[in-house]
Design a binder for this molecule. Structure first.
Ligand SMILES: [Zn+2]
Length: 252
């Protein structure tokens, strides 16, 4: 009898321990997800604010969005849009692990001539057509050899399904300097930060330069101002078969 009751006691103890372990595990997963969801929501909110700032900018410039990058390396869309936003903090996603200040900061002041590293890139997709570069996205580059203008908001035919800004967490993506803050698709500028747009028909690297730190998804700000959580390849699932579904192409 004594042995039986000992065995029962040990069994109950085991069962209790296993239950506690399971409960702790479940709780950790739930809290982890809640934190993750909170960050994803914060990120989506920041993109919405960027959308509002760009809309305010366009109101001041005859409905034109800023150019992604001016001929001087300092004239980025972020720098132009920032005065219309609440703070420079809206340009950072909570899941971005890059250092906020670029390496070339003068440490004494804690600031940098390149501004801050940002987590978002604008749609400045360009293609070589008829011997020259043509902007098919919404913000071109004014740099030498490319010289593509910005677009007017009212010229974009499918604002609800055309990408304005999405996630790009990369050390070369800076607020005040260089076209790292744009998805250009122009490989000459890849040395600063990769800029290739997604392609669902590619065998690998379907997401291109879009960062997916929210469980394989990225937050995407559309031209009409709404933010959607998407797999990057869903923004351009089949470029050759269905160019009409390429959300980077503002001319479609
Ligand atoms: Zn994010």
């Amino acid at each position: 009898m004594q042995t039986n009751s000992n065995t029962r006691f040990v069994s109950v103890l085991y069962a209790t321990c296993i239950t506690i372990v399971i409960l702790v595990f479940v709780q950790t997963v739930v809290i982890g997800n809640a934190r993750y969801t909170k960050r994803e929501h914060e990120c989506a909110g920041r993109l919405e604010q960027i959308g509002q700032a760009l809309r305010l900018y366009a109101q001041d410039y005859d409905d034109y969005l800023p150019v992604g990058q001016e001929a001087d390396m300092w004239g980025t869309w972020v720098r132009k849009c920032e005065p219309y936003s609440q703070s420079v903090g809206v340009f950072r996603c909570g899941n971005d692990t890059t250092e906020m200040l670029p390496l070339m900061q003068p440490h004494s002041t804690g600031t940098s001539w390149a501004g801050i590293r940002i987590s978002y890139g604008a749609n400045g997709w360009m293609r070589r057509e008829g011997g020259r570069w043509t902007v098919r996205g919404v913000m071109g580059l004014h740099i030498e050899g490319v010289d593509c203008p910005a677009q007017a908001l009212n010229a974009i035919r499918s604002p609800e399904a055309t990408i304005l800004v999405t996630e790009k967490h990369h050390p070369g993506n800076m607020s005040d300097w260089g076209p790292g803050c744009v998805f250009t698709g122009v490989h000459a500028w890849d040395w600063l930060a990769p800029s290739v747009i997604p392609d669902g028909s590619r065998a690998t690297e379907k997401a291109g330069a879009v960062t997916t730190t929210h469980g394989g998804l990225a937050n995407v700000l559309m031209v009409d101002g709404h933010v959607k959580s998407m797999r990057p390849e869903a923004t351009d699932p089949n470029p050759s078969g269905h160019p009409d579904e390429n959300m980077w192409d503002a001319s479609r």
